[in-house]
Design a protein around this ligand. Sequence first.
Ligand code: F3S
Length: 654
Amino acid sequence: MKRTGYSILQKIIKNHLAEVSDMRPGSEILLKVDQTLTHDINAVMTYLAFEQTGLEKTQAETSVSYLDHNLLGLDFRTADDHIYLQSAAKKYGVWVSRPGNGICHVVHTARFGVPGKICCGGDSHTPHGGSIGMMCIGLGGLEIASVMAGLPLRLTMPKIVNVRLTGTLPIACNAKDIILEMLRRYGTKGGLGKAFEYTGPGAESLAVSERATITNMGAEMGATTSIFPSDEQVRRFLHAQGRDDDFIELLPDKDCFYDELCEIDLSSLEPLCACPDQPDNVIPLKQVEKKHVQQVFLGSCTNTSYKDLARAALVLQGHTVHPDVSCTCAVSSRQIYLELLKDGYLKMLVDAGVRILECGCGPCCAIGQSPATNGISVRTSNRNFKGRSGNPSAKIYLMGPENAAATAIRGTFACAEDILGDRMPILQGVSEPERFEAQDSMLIRPLPLEQAKTVELTKGPGIKFLPLPPALEDELHIRVSLKCPDNITTDDITPASAEFSSMRSDIPSMSAFCFHRFDPDFAERAKEYGQSIIVGGENYGQGSSREHAAINPMYLGVRAVLAKSIARIHRSNLINHGILPLVFADPADYEDISMGDQIEAEDLRKDLSEGFVLFKNITKGTQIKAKVQLSDHEKQILLSGGLLRYIRAQLKME
Ligand code: F3S
């Protein structure tokens, strides 16, 4: 029988098509975007680009600028960034969430998210908002400027995977164990070209905060997005936020069609742990070798909901953090902080010796609390890449907050059950508050247009310029400036840390540290070569959406990346900053190319239209065939000299 119904994502996409499109997987779709979000360590480039569109205000219904990542203020540069971003928000009709109000995804879902809408965020974990039935996509900063300019979002229609959850999550488990189970099954590349739609009786039983842990970490599988239905749980969540009017029910039709099915019986799960250095290196927590743990971090947008931290506090209650463990906690939002304070859970954490940091990203992206040399750090966050904590010698393990709390007490890997024993049922008594104090005093409203027009942008000396790439030429004569293995992350390309995050508005300074921890000589070599190509393995550019991982190499003269595969957001960032993303036609050719090799291609424009580039390796006397799968739109961006020039052309400014 022919199915006529639609899944949740298909419904949202159908309602937002900017032009009639084929909705089959792999087709390009153009979507109208309702909301945008940006955050401080990626957004300066976004607003510098938006400035150049000449538009008076954001064209999205709601745009919010979050100051949440770099709150350390190592020197004047962070303050300069924040002041510029606040002035840009005033000028362009954008809300501001002030430092201390909380992490973008958590605050956005709670205070702005609306089921059925489309939100694009300049951060890979934007799908957090899929927890309320909103379609949320992580993009690079220039793409955010593009949708703020009113241009449609161009997306490759993903395959939609129905993840059917049955059974009940055991008391010892956290939603983290559901997404770690997904990562165990799919791996860090298994979500490429896919979107995950969670349904079933198991999904119905999960609170929005638990769903958010799952949709947030869908990014770790490379998924385009992840979503849950907008059902009674979402109604309850929006009621708790005092936003009942924003609720709409959004369920999949009974006869809808999915491209793939995955089933998880929640009752069969046990506490899991992602071991270093990839989030899909998942094993049962009980099997992790009982080594000494130096640091525990209860934090990040992924797993510091009220329920998460209340349960962690109950494990810690009456205990003291092990003397050899440094245990910190950054609550994800001020709203949650106040509820935990009111209900006594923060006191339990403090009594146990947990050090409370400010509400923000902090250690998750290496803004403080780097572990000791070779130290083991247990975190409730979403990424455990080498160097993600700011110290490449450290080893990061990811797990749910209850077990992280138990680990903090024992000083080695432990489960909540090891501490609570037959008192485990106390964890079952914790649920999300029925009503949060809807405290928006740390949100700054957009100004009326007439007033906004008079605002002057404030740019301190730390804010430099947005470099633009040259248009793609017909011939390439380049050298291999770097050859890297599989799973290079954007953290490897542009290291995370307070120091490097402070440089993100100053590309000339920051580019000197490009690939610094991976190959300290890269920047100098790339500059010496003039124009160059990077050779990568599988899943090149996975992880964070930061477009600095494309801007810095471009600034250093990188014109192409040739890899076995390239992660979705990074691939877009490369194109948007004028770097040609290429994939080996035969992955075995990876072995025949070395750093320093001289590579040439002729007739590039013709090759682009044929989908293959034939490179001559002049040094080795061989040929390499590379696939170049670009949409017409992407070709135009490369031929225009990057997305900003393309946007300006679309807006008829050039
Ligand atoms: Fe921030 Fe880490 Fe989430 S950097 S947005 S808390 S993934």
